[in-house]
Design a protein around this ligand. Structure first.
Ligand code: FES
Length: 152
C-alpha cells in the first residue's frame, strides 16, 4: 500500500508529514488524542485526516497548552474527525487571550530590562523614581515590578 493511493496512511508516512516520531504517535494514541485505523503488514495505518488533527495538536502546543488541555478541547469531537477551520477558530478563541497575556508579559519584561524592577537593590538611576525608598518591599520579596497584576 502506498500512502498516496488510499485514504489510509502508513505510520512512516504520517511521521514524515507531521514531523513526529512513531513513539510520539503511539503516545498520542495512548492519550486518546488520535486513533489508528488498524494495521497493514504489521504497521499502524491512519486515516488521512489524522494529519490535520496532528497539526491542530502541534499548534495548540505552540500556544502553550498541555496535552490534557488539548485533549479536553478535542473531546467534544469524534476522534476520527479532522478539526475544520471553523473548529479551529472556535477552539482557539480563548487561546488568543492566553497569547495576548504572554505577549503583554514579555513586553513588560522587555521594558523592565532597562528600568527598575523593584527588587530592592536601588542601584539603578531609575530606582529613585520607580521604586522610591524601596516601596516595592511592601508588596513582598523579589522583583515586584515584574509580577503580573502588580499593584503599581
Ligand atoms: S532595579 Fe532593583 S530596586 Fe530598582
Amino acid at each position: 500500500m502506498t500512502p498516496h493511493t488510499t485514504d489510509r496512511l502508513h505510520i512512516t508516512y504520517v511521521c514524515r508529514r507531521s514531523g513526529l516520531t512513531a513513539a510520539t504517535l503511539r503516545f498520542y494514541e495512548e492519550q486518546g488524542l488520535i486513533q489508528s485505523a488498524g494495521r497493514t503488514g504489521g504497521k499502524r495505518v491512519y486515516h488521512r485526516h489524522v494529519l490535520r488533527r496532528l497539526a491542530f495538536i502541534a499548534a495548540a502546543q505552540r500556544v502553550g497548552l498541555s496535552l490534557a488541555e488539548i485533549n479536553a478541547a478535542l473531546a467534544p469531537m469524534p476522534i476520527e474527525y479532522a478539526p475544520t477551520p471553523a473548529d479551529w477558530n472556535r477552539l482557539s478563541e480563548p487561546w488568543k487571550r492566553r497569547v495576548d497575556a504572554a505577549i503583554n508579559s514579555l513586553q513588560v519584561l522587555r521594558t523592565s530590562l532597562d528600568e527598575c524592577i523593584g527588587c530592592g537593590c536601588l542601584s539603578m538611576r531609575t530606582c529613585s523614581i520607580l521604586n522610591p525608598e524601596d516601596e516595592a518591599a511592601v508588596e513582598g520579596s523579589g522583583p515586584r515590578w515584574l509580577r503580573p497584576n502588580r499593584s503599581q
